[in-house]
Design a protein around this ligand. Sequence first.
Ligand code: PML
Ligand code: MG
Length: 261
Amino acid sequence: MKEEKYYSVRMRAAKNGSHEQGGKHISGGELLSTYCNITHAVNTLLEKGLTHSRGCPDFMQIQFELIDEPIRRIKPLEIKTNKVESAEMGQALSWKLLEKCGIEKQVIEKAYKHMTEYSGIRGAILINSRSGERIDQRNEQGVRVSRMDWLNTDFEKWAKYYEVPAHSRVKEALVLATKVNEHPATVAELCWSDDPEYITGYVASKKLGYQRITKLKEYGDERGCRIFFVDCSNDLNSYIHYLEKQPIFIQWKKESVTTIQ
Ligand code: PML
Ligand code: MG
């Protein structure tokens, strides 16, 4: 049976002009949709961009395009929620987890510096997992991971099973982390939200799964960023191509549950 055709639907919103004009990044979003569902997908992203706590956008772009390549289906990373009482404790835990992924202290230190320097950019920044140097050349744009999704019905079953809030934010972050960490060149990912009203962030890797940390910054802080620690001696361009272009659907089956430490 031939698979139904899917479209990648994307949104980005900014304030004080477009991103290209130096406007402040407000929100971005990614969905995969069938042709029949495009209106719904566009409306979902429109609503997301219009209601973000970073502010009201005066620029928004929503676009869709047909996906020609076959869509890969992968299972979500295992999830663990680490409850911490302060941002300091949360950050200390993120260091510990990154060290468990084999990343040296001085590289983590550099990553945290990048985090402050590049906070507010709309894509992720890629750093060499051994030196800590930034390796993508995308400046304030960063690399935007795209073409991925998870059917809501499947996600909701998963969220119920793991007793995790069935919020689109958790879904979107886990979809992205799963896609990124599926690639053999990704050593780990560190993320905290640029939403001033959202203080939960995470460290993710193949081995550790998706490790949510309930407090990584102070409430009201607009700084946030995604950093991928990459061991990519072979081909950075093909790595970036995977992040931007490889279509991925997350699929979950209760039978495939494994546990992480
Ligand atoms: C974001 O705001 O997009 C990043 C949110 C990361 C954490 C999501 C969660 O697991 O609660
Ligand atoms: Mg955001």
